[in-house]
Design a protein around this ligand. Sequence first.
Ligand SMILES: NC(=O)c1ccc[n+]([C@@H]2O[C@H](COP(=O)([O-])OP(=O)(O)OC[C@H]3O[C@@H](n4cnc5c(N)ncnc54)[C@H](OP(=O)(O)O)[C@@H]3O)[C@@H](O)[C@H]2O)c1
Length: 371
Amino acid sequence: MSVIHSTLAAKPVQVLVGSRDQVVTPATMRTAMQNSRHVVLARQPQGQPVPADFAVQARTLPDLPAGRVRVEVLYATANPGSRNRLSGQASYARGMALGETMEGPAVGRIVQSRNPDFQAGELVSGPFGWAEHVQVSGRGLRRVPADTPSVSAWAGILSIPGLTGYFGLRDTGAAKAGETVLISSAAGPVGATAGQIARLMGCRVIGIASGAQKLRWLREVAGFDAVVDRAGAATADDLAARIAAAAPDGVDLYFDNVGGPLLDAAIANLRLKGRIVISGQISDYNTAPEQRYGTRRVDSFISKRLRMEGLVVFDFADRFDEATTAMTGWIRDGRLKFKEHIVDGLEALPALFCAQMRGEIFGRALARLAS
Ligand SMILES: NC(=O)c1ccc[n+]([C@@H]2O[C@H](COP(=O)([O-])OP(=O)(O)OC[C@H]3O[C@@H](n4cnc5c(N)ncnc54)[C@H](OP(=O)(O)O)[C@@H]3O)[C@@H](O)[C@H]2O)c1
């Protein structure tokens, strides 16, 4: 496994003049039929997912229908939020069926277009999942600017995780200058983005993560004001004491990616009228719904007049361009940093996802499928 940053650019293509349906790419001279490998859900995981829960399938894509584009996926992604769907549970997205291509945001290159709004050669991000090639309509496709500072970021902080950090912090959380913001899984793409934006807004930012490498990156690269190591803390009270040491005056806003005892530890440190954004609950994703931890500090909501609000990033879809424009500017001027963990090949995705669900990945979990 390696960690790299990508600077892929849009490749020039030769388009046959007068025939929008017929496009020849220099890479493969793709014609009507296209072979593609997909990773599908082979069985529902029991607890912690394992690679055998997935299978690689070879498919032949049919002739491209009118109105659609064929995309060669460059970067596919592993996402903790997929875990519930693998057990067939619907949340804000429906549960996945056996044999279905694994979902996830991705970035790719259009290799053939029968949609007048898109041209072959353009880079696009969208929910392409774990597949080498997909045929999709233009709906939900986001065009990647040719001068983007990073193509892979369009499967990372310029797509769903970064957008979740941006809108969760600014809109759902309504962070204000001078406030103390606490973030769990702060070194992940959602948490790291939310934390750095909070710093840009003038907040004091405390990140919770595990391990010296992540904590050092949060302080020295991402510029967090303080960090809390969650590793080795046995109880919510232990975690609460560690947070209190980093936030002696209390916390105004808790951006929660994790749930479980960490949520209770954060609640213990919230100030009067404190707020909680529920972005994710990764500590419970491998646990059956009836065995999940939840919270045992509901009484504090009364005494401290707290508020907690759930976040679904797709509620902000009509403002995604606003966020990517702002974040691209911050990436360019060095104020928004991101970390990627990139593996090679479609078949590496199941193991990547399983490692992510064990908390072993540092940075946006990506698989490079083509260049
Ligand atoms: N609401 C939305 O619209 C939305 C959209 C996208 C993502 N999300 C959610 O945002 C959260 C963060 O997503 P992300 O993509 O940035 O991933 P991520 O933070 O990199 O998630 C993996 C990390 O979670 C942390 N973690 C804490 N407790 C864990 C446990 N019990 N088991 C495994 N990992 C644990 C680990 O970091 P440490 O060891 O450093 O704590 C681990 O490396 C997820 O919960 C995801 O579901 C929500």
